[in-house]
Ligand binder design. Structure first.
Ligand code: NAP
Length: 246
């Protein structure tokens, strides 16, 4: 399904590589102006080149999501320049470490919570007034099956993803009577740096490419989305309703 995003303004976090990179590229190809966020300038510049080659446009915003003041400043800058925001893709995330809970170092646990949870809340707080100024605001929050499966040794990451899903559903309830539609999406195992860190022995070629996962996610920012607060999963490059594990 192709979505026309002409004149839309979209923020994508974690746009320097992986799922965020390709989601940003697909948004730009669909006509959105992409505000691409991440720390790695080289990755953002590569994205900018790819977007320009596809006939689109982007604004690069390199910063660390652990910097909460920078997240506030992002919202203020978007207001000054565009006066609104149409699409938020809160995608950036870190795995932390695969380890028994009792062995996780405090700084690692805190980093996972800061980037995956606190920064997502701060981003919501920063851009919600801007999304409300859009005639059809859309927010997509990247989650993970780990939020529900709670697989041994994935403690900090699982807890962080359960927390962002709770944030997304709460936010959806609060904004139900507005045009804003909010979705969580579990992209499924995808060929990225994070997956390679989690599963070093796995053959990446057996996994879906983030380009295809991004294509599956894009309809969630389109005008036809009516439900809010739902969790979707990407399986075999298709978006499907989530079912709780038995
Ligand atoms: P990835 O390839 O590791 O990319 C993560 C992105 O997040 C990068 O662009 C990175 O940019 C950004 N990021 C990390 N820490 C940051 C920080 N402190 N400040 C700003 N940006 C930061 O990961 P991915 O696999 O594409 O994952 C994308 C999302 O999908 C994540 O939320 C992840 O939890 C979720 N997910 C992935 C899978 C999978 O199999 N890949 C499965 C389920 C869920 P910089 O390093 O340049 O800052």
């Amino acid at each position: 399904m192709s979505v026309n995003l002409k004149d839309k303004i979209a923020v994508v976090t974690g746009a320097s590589r992986g799922i965020g990179y390709f989601t940003a590229l697909e948004l730009a190809k669909a006509g959105a102006h992409v505000i691409a966020c991440a720390r790695t300038v080289g990755g953002l510049e590569e994205l900018d080149d790819a977007i320009k080659a596809a006939g689109g446009s982007a604004t690069l915003v390199p910063f660390d999501l652990a910097d909460m003041n920078a997240i506030d400043a992002l919202g203020a800058s978007i207001f000054e320049r565009w006066g609104k925001l149409d699409i938020l893709v809160a995608n950036a995330g870190v795995l932390g470490v695969i380890s028994p809970i009792g062995h996780v170092e405090a700084k690692v646990f805190e980093k996972v919570m800061t980037v995956n949870v606190t920064a997502t809340w701060r981003l919501i707080r920063s851009v919600e007034p801007l999304l409300m100024r859009s005639e059809a605001g859309r927010a997509v929050i990247l989650s993970s099956a780990a939020a529900h499966r709670c697989r041994p040794f994935w403690g900090p990451y699982s807890a962080s993803k359960a927390a962002v899903e709770a944030l997304a559903r709460t936010w959806a309830g609060e904004t139900q009577s507005t045009p804003l539609r909010i979705t969580s999406v579990d992209p499924g195992a995808t060929r990225t740096a994070m997956r390679a860190q989690a599963m070093p022995g796995e053959d990446p070629d057996t996994l879906p490419h983030p380009r295809d996962v991004a294509k599956a996610i894009i309809p969630l920012v389109g005008p036809n989305v009516t439900e809010t607060g739902k969790l979707f999963v990407v399986r075999e490059n298709k978006l499907v309703d989530y079912r709780m594990p038995e």
